[in-house]
Design a binder for this molecule. Structure first.
Ligand SMILES: Cc1cc2nc3c(=O)[nH]c(=O)nc-3n(C[C@H](O)[C@H](O)[C@H](O)COP(=O)(O)OP(=O)(O)OC[C@H]3O[C@@H](n4cnc5c(N)ncnc54)[C@H](O)[C@@H]3O)c2cc1C
Length: 321
């Protein structure tokens, strides 16, 4: 079975989620080929994808593919999928992947499964597992179409180790297909440091922070622990923090070693994005909050008192060298 991975970039490297999807594609492809489509990236990034399991990388350099354009990218992905007769297309479960996947599935006369947490082959058929009913249940889908386009959440699979000896083909695409879409303006989210999806420690805030200032309190704890600040949907919707920080069913999926949920009630929609954290700690004024069912450790109390006290206590710990 030939598979196609639509890779994304994180700064000047292929995104870790795309490397994970490459590993899934490799394990499912069997004797088939794993093709990667990498648009808006330099050739050096393509070479690193060969070392991680790709047989062929089709690159559209930034001079031809400058930023995401749904129309041009769909046309390009459809043409690559048809040319290589792929049975499976994997894309990241990001705003870009979620926009591209259904368009591409329609173009290929195939099926689409978004937000998958599992893609497996059983009895010769592909099975796609994803959250359903607000994250309360998981459903497994099987399609009758010849091609399926799936977006897969980050942090579910391990990337393959680098094999510098692997050989593969790199092809450059130029120019981009003609598009009816005209991009008028692009605004880059300012972000520094580790991405939420890659963070080992996350301090996430919810409506219980009672305002944007609460995120400054969390940022101090995050800095102390070498972590990153995330959020439930409510503060993002209220404009207290960036939408890029949202964790959950319609936000990011994270798999940190430590997840501290502050003023978050523990709705299934939120837990769908952080339920796989290794250790969860909850800080909440309500002792009956659902989050305490998933948390390994919990503090019942006002975050405005608990978080600064926790930060001070951690800072007072002797440092190990
Ligand atoms: C289709 C759909 C998709 C969704 N996707 C997402 C998603 O991706 N991510 C997501 O998070 N949500 C998502 N939601 C929303 C979700 O259902 C919840 O509404 C949301 O997660 C609740 O956010 P919260 O826990 O911050 O707020 P609340 O549920 O209001 O909880 C606030 C908590 O803060 C506590 N608190 C109050 N004051 C303090 C204080 N001073 N100190 C400490 N604790 C305090 C309260 O006891 C309470 O438990 C989605 C909903 C739908 C319908």
């Amino acid at each position: 079975m030939n598979t196609l991975v639509i890779a994304e970039m994180a700064l000047d490297q292929p995104a870790s989620a795309s490397l994970e999807h490459l590993a899934v594609a490799r394990s499912l492809a069997g004797e088939g080929r794993v093709i990667v489509l990498l648009l808006g990236a330099q050739i050096a990034a393509a070479e690193s994808l060969i070392a991680r399991g790709a047989d062929k990388v089709i690159v559209g350099t930034p001079s031809a593919f400058d930023g995401y354009n749904s129309d041009a990218w769909t046309a390009c992905a459809a043409s690559v999928a048809n040319e290589h007769a792929v049975a499976l297309v994997l894309a990241a479960h990001t705003p870009r992947g979620a926009d591209l996947a259904p368009r591409l599935a329609f173009r290929l006369n195939g099926a689409c499964a978004t937000g998958c947490v599992g893609v497996e082959q059983q009895d010769g058929a592909l099975h796609f597992t994803r959250a359903s009913h607000g994250g309360n249940v998981r459903e497994t889908l099987r399609f009758k179409t010849e091609c399926v386009v799936a977006t897969v959440r980050a942090g579910i699979y391990d990337a393959l180790p680098v094999d510098a000896k692997r050989q593969g083909e790199i092809v450059t695409l130029s120019p981009a297909p003609a598009s009816r879409v005209r991009v008028i303006e692009r605004k880059r989210e300012s972000g520094v440091g580790v991405r939420l999806e890659d963070a080992k420690v996350i301090i996430a805030g919810g409506r219980g922070l009672n305002g944007p200032e609460g995120f400054d309190v969390l940022a101090t704890l995050a800095e102390t622990l070498g972590g990153v600040v995330g959020a439930s949907r409510v503060p993002c919707d209220l404009g207290w923090c960036s939408h890029a920080m949202q964790i959950g069913l319609t936000g990011k999926t994270v798999t940190p070693e430590l997840y501290i949920a502050v003023g978050i009630s523990g709705a299934s929609h939120h837990l769908a994005g952080c339920g796989n954290a290794k250790t969860m700690v909850a800080i909440n004024t309500d002792k009956d909050a659902a989050i305490f069912r998933d948390a390994k450790f919990g503090v019942v109390g006002d975050y405005a008192k608990v978080v600064p006290a926790l930060t001070a206590a951690i800072r007072a710990l002797p440092t190990t060298s």
